[in-house]
Design a protein around this ligand. Structure first.
Ligand SMILES: [Zn+2]
Length: 308
């Protein structure tokens, strides 16, 4: 066959055949965009947990759960201590601080996002908050709900997985000194929340909102927790992740969106009633959707979570 004819043969016979055999090309909109997210509550590396780490190493708290956490596309926790070697403790009963090196173990344990918007993030002052942000970032864990100023603390962090843009914002519903121009955490102003949530949602496909709120050791959400969760969902949030009570509170589905009111103390050392029980929540995230697919119970034994 002459070269010209061969080319014609290929063009008329083989190429159309290949088009028939080839799988249909998915458009960007039709492409699968399911992302799995593991979420847990409070994570502490100080006090009793710090003593166990001193004995067994920084990987100790994660050994029993890291297989499950690492298997997900994303994993969230509330980091309830400062990661710094400096700072001055506040005048209060508990101040939580740990070596910045534990951030690497948090990442190795599977965690990719950590909320710093809680009532212990400023235990050692604003410089130490910056140390915590730097330690998490350098370990590959994205800090959310804290920043170099108020606008930074409030801004959405967006992570892309499998083509899905997953946004995270985090609030602390506890009083913090209000300085717009200093390192701080994101506080709640319910008048501003609708605008903040709508703006955050405009920058991502699915929006996760974290709240440090409620009453310690109370097993039911307060009216305020419900009001804030519904307000966020009414304005575009797809999933609410709550923490601080250190015990489990129920999961509500409002307008098709899950609200985990309190996910318990995941890496925690309290021996008070119910505080030893926690859970790993696995969500499937899609565009403007979040679904709870598994709730894996865990129990705190010697300051680390063990699967039930
Ligand atoms: Zn707290």
């Amino acid at each position: 066959m002459k070269r010209g004819r061969l080319f014609l043969f290929l063009l008329t016979c083989i190429l159309p055949l290949q088009i028939l055999i080839a799988p249909p090309c998915l458009s960007a909109d039709a492409a699968p965009r399911q992302v799995t997210l593991a979420a847990v509550g409070d994570v502490l590396f100080a006090r009793g947990v710090g003593m166990e780490i001193a004995l067994h190493g920084a990987g100790y708290p994660f050994k029993t759960t890291q297989k499950i956490i690492r298997a997900q596309d994303l994993a969230f926790c509330n980091l309830e201590c400062v990661l710094s070697n400096g700072g001055t403790p506040h005048q209060r009963l508990f101040n939580f601080r740990a070596d910045p090196g534990v951030a690497k173990s948090l990442r190795r344990g599977g965690f990719t996002i950590a909320s710093l918007a809680n009532n212990h993030a400023l235990d050692y002052g604003r410089e130490s908050l910056l140390d915590t942000i730097a330690a998490t970032k350098s370990a590959g864990v994205i800090p959310v709900g804290a920043g170099v100023n108020r606008a930074d603390a409030l801004s959405v962090r967006v992570v892309s997985r499998h083509g899905l843009r997953v946004g995270f914002v985090a609030y602390s519903d506890f009083p913090t000194a209000k300085f717009d121009d200093r390192p701080t955490i994101a506080g709640v102003n319910s008048d501003e929340i609708p605008g903040q949530i709508r703006e955050a949602k405009s920058k991502c496909d699915v929006l996760v909102v974290s709240f440090h709120w409620g009453v310690e050791y109370k097993k039911t959400p307060t009216e305020r927790q419900q009001m804030l969760a519904h307000l966020c969902i009414d304005n575009g949030a797809d999933l609410i992740l709550g923490h601080h009570p250190h015990v489990l509170q129920p999961v509500e589905v409002y307008k098709g969106k899950p609200i985990a009111y309190s996910m318990g103390g995941f890496i925690w050392d309290s021996h008070l009633s119910g505080a030893d029980k926690s859970a790993i929540y696995i969500f499937n995230l899609g565009r403007s959707s979040a679904k709870l697919v598994r709730e894996i119970p865990v129990r705190s034994v010697k300051s680390r979570p063990v699967l039930e």
